[in-house]
Design a binder for this molecule. Sequence first.
Ligand SMILES: [Zn+2]
Length: 290
Amino acid sequence: MSWFKREDGEYEPGSTGSVPDAADAAGRNVRTEGLWIKCLGCRQVVWKAELEANLNVCPKCQHHFKIGAQQRISMLLEPGYELVDQGLRSTDPLKFTDVKSYKSRLRKAQEQTGLNDAILNAVGMLGPHPVVLSAMEYSFIGGSMGAVVGETIARAADRARTTRKPLIVVAASGVARTIEGVGTLTQMTKISTVLCQLDGAPVPDICVLTDPTTGGVTASFAMLGDLNIAEPGALIGFAGPRVIEQTIRQKLPEGFQRSEFLLERGFLDAVVHRRQLKAYLVRALEFLHV
Ligand SMILES: [Zn+2]
């Protein structure tokens, strides 16, 4: 388990740096591989089942682990929701290949996640409110935004406008998927345009920024909500901190580009713990919905 790296005082002397196998009542070793996970926040070892029961938030330090689009939808919507806009597939317009072909990357991501692309749209009830929910999937090529992601969010915004249901977008994205060519960059303007049209309808648009929300997604729809809220500790920005430091030749302050830092400076409306997120959204919709 090479992902365990020993740090000062973290393990007893003589420890191998891996999680020791547990011993059952008869003293036999029991395989525990895959049952434990190391928290990136407190660097403690956490029981995976306990973590999952806690909405993938570390019970020791409250670090918010990434969660998938399907889990996010199940977490927020009542049972009986419907997945929509499922038929879109990337066409690989540049026939792009680096160390691997884009086609094979796509195929692998599709197999691993069971999704067509890095996003899922759903319609359903968020508490007592009918909503359109669009959730991004970070584990699908880093949640990168290509033509399918852009079009799916645009369709969610159109659906919200025509059915007069509030739009909730949960963002989780590393980059724009530039290997799809210039069409990727036009997604930002397309989504901004449909959100602008939504502005004229009497329905709110709420963006939930999760770790990480960067690049073209931050530069377009993630910051265009009537309410822009974030999960604690989420990395939110356009360019990465190293690029900014090299450009401005200054050391960046502690916590730069994290949710709490952005909230203090007025870029966000609230930082909401995952456990309170659904209740917060229900309250916000009661307040905002006309
Ligand atoms: Zn932790």
